[in-house]
Design a protein. Sequence first.
Length: 461
Amino acid sequence: MGRPVGVESYTNADIQALLKCVKELLPKQPQDWDKVGALYREVHARPSDRAERYATSLKKKFRGILLNKTAGALDAEVKEARTIQVLIDSKDESSEAVAGHGFRILRRQNSESAVTNSHAVSDESPHSRRDDEAIEVESERPDLDKWHRNRRSMVRRGGRIVGSEGYSRADIQALLKCVREILPKQPQDWEVALELYRETHARPTGRAERDASSLKKKFRGMTMTKNAGTLGGELEEARAIQMSIDNKDENSETVAAHEFRIRRRQNSETFVRGNSMDGEASEDEAKCRAATPAAEHSMIQPVLRVMQPLDRLETQVPITPAPSMATTLASELPVTNSTGNAATSEGARKRRKAQRYPAHDNSEAQAIALSKDMTSAEGFLRWQLASEIAERRRLQRQVEDLHDRIDDLRDDHHAEMESLRGSLLDKVEVLRERNLSLAMENSHLHAELLTLRAAQGPPSK
C-alpha cells in the first residue's frame, strides 16, 4: 500500500531523534510508546517544524530499522537500534522508574529550549502546503487511540490484583510455620491458621492481612511447584508438611482400630469365662439327674420345664425375681438314691441354690459380659464413624482440588480471552489507520484530478 501522497518521510535527523527518544525511555508497553511520541514531538518535531507523528508510526519505524528494511537507515543506526532493543528486553521495573523520571526532566528542559529556539530554521519541502493540510486533518481526527487505551486499561486481566502484595521470603516462612503448627485440612482449620499468621507475622511486621483462600492457594502452589529456584528448602518443607497433613487422619484411624481390637479380645475372654461357668452348672445338673430316682425325676421334670423360660428371661434381663411356688416345691422335694435312702448331693445343693438365688452368680457375670459387649460395640461404632469421617474428608479434599482446578482453568481462560481481545483491538487499530491513510490518499487523488481537469480546460465541442 505504501505511504500516502504528501506525507513526510523520515529524514536522517528524524531517525536520530527517534533513536535518542527510544534510548531515553526504553518503551515496552503501548503507554511507553505514547511517552516516546510526546518526547519526539517536543524535542524534535515542533522545534524543527516537522510532522508530529503518532506513537504507532514511531514504533513501526523503529521496528523497520531493527529489521533493516528502512532505505535511509545507515548501518550505524541499525546497530544502535539493535543495541537499544537489547536494553529494552533486559529492562526491569527499576530502570522503568528511572526512565520515567528522566523523561520528566528532559521534557522540562526541552520545553524551556523550545521557547528559546522558536525561530529555528525549518526544513523546506515541495509539498509543504500538503503536509500542513495533512497535519491539520490529523489534528482534527478524534482521539480514538486514547479511548482504546483507556478501555483496555479498564478491563480486568488475570493474575494478582494490581497493587496487592506478593509473598516475600519472610511471609513464606511464617506461612509454613503456621501450617506446620495447625496441620489444617478443613476450612475452619485454615481459618485458625490465618488468625495465627496474622497475629504472629502480618500485624507485627505491617504486612498484608491475607485471607484463608490466599494462604491455602500459596501453600498448595508450593507443594506442586517443580522448579525449586531460590526456594528449594521451603518447597521441601512444604511437601513434608503436606505429608504430615495426609497422615493425620490415617493415624487416628489406626489408633481407633487398635483400641477396637483390644476391646474385642477382652470381651472374648469374658465370654469364655462366662461359658465355663455355665458349663460347670450344666455338669452339676447332670450329676443331680443321675442321682435322682425315676419316680422323683418324673415329678421334678415339669418344674424344670417351667424354670427354663424363667432362666432365659433372667439371662436377657438381669433382674432378681421372687421365688415362685414351683421353685419352692422343687426345692422341698426329697431326693433319694437308688437304694431308697434320702441323700443330698453337692450338685443338688448347687442347683437348689441357683434356683432360689438365680441372679447371684450367673446374672452378675452376664451383666459384666453384656457391659463388655456394649463397650466393644461402642468401640466398633467409633471406629466405623472415624472411617466414615476420614472418607468424607478425603472426598471433600478431592472436591476442593476440583474447585482449585476449575478456578485455575477459569483464570487461564480469562487471561486467554483478554489476550485475544487485546490482539483484536490492535488489529482494529491497524485497520483504522489503514482506512484513514486510504481516505487521505483518496482525497489527494481527487484533488489532483480536479487540478488536472482545471488545467485541461473545458472540453472542446
